[in-house]
Design a protein around this ligand. Structure first.
Ligand SMILES: [Ca+2]
Ligand SMILES: [Ca+2]
Length: 147
């Protein structure tokens, strides 16, 4: 009897990153042609029909591949780390300290760089400006549940 399984039963990536693994078929045989890939929650991660997973937001999803005829299937768990968006100083919390750092950057008082700059770019448009600052402000001020 043929078996289909993933070597990595669990994988972890961050928001915006992609991941890919093909399942192993035993005994060997090419069963992946026209296989169907699905994600248990497409708001967390989407998977294309080559099995490439793209993380959308933090959470856990199950990635499943089913052979074209539906005879075999394999699943693995995908953990999406929330990334460090908003946590500019990287201390694990998003709070006033981060807000001040963002404010200082936007006000050109103290420019952020590297990972801090990336964490401050909340909407991921490659510039840290008022838009990011406002989102951070609303989040820290609890006006918004999400960044
Ligand atoms: Ca922080
Ligand atoms: Ca931005």
């Amino acid at each position: 009897m043929q078996r289909l399984y993933f070597i990595e039963e669990q994988a972890e990536i961050s928001v915006g990153q992609t991941y890919w693994q093909d399942p192993v078929c035993y005994p060997s045989g090419s069963v992946l042609e026209d296989a169907v890939w699905t994600s248990s929650d497409e708001t967390v991660a989407v998977v294309d029909q080559s099995g490439v997973v793209t993380a959308q937001k933090g959470g856990n999803v199950e990635i499943k591949v089913t052979t074209a005829g539906g005879e075999l299937e394999a699943v693995y768990q995908m953990n999406i780390a929330d990334g460090a968006k908003g946590d500019i100083n990287g201390d694990g919390n998003i709070n006033l300290v981060d807000l001040m750092q963002c404010l200082n950057h936007v006000g050109r008082k103290e420019l952020l760089e590297g990972e801090a700059l990336e964490a401050a770019d909340i909407n991921e448009d490659d510039v840290v400006n008022l838009v990011d600052l406002m989102r951070l402000l609303n989040y820290v001020g609890r006006k918004s549940e999400t960044l």
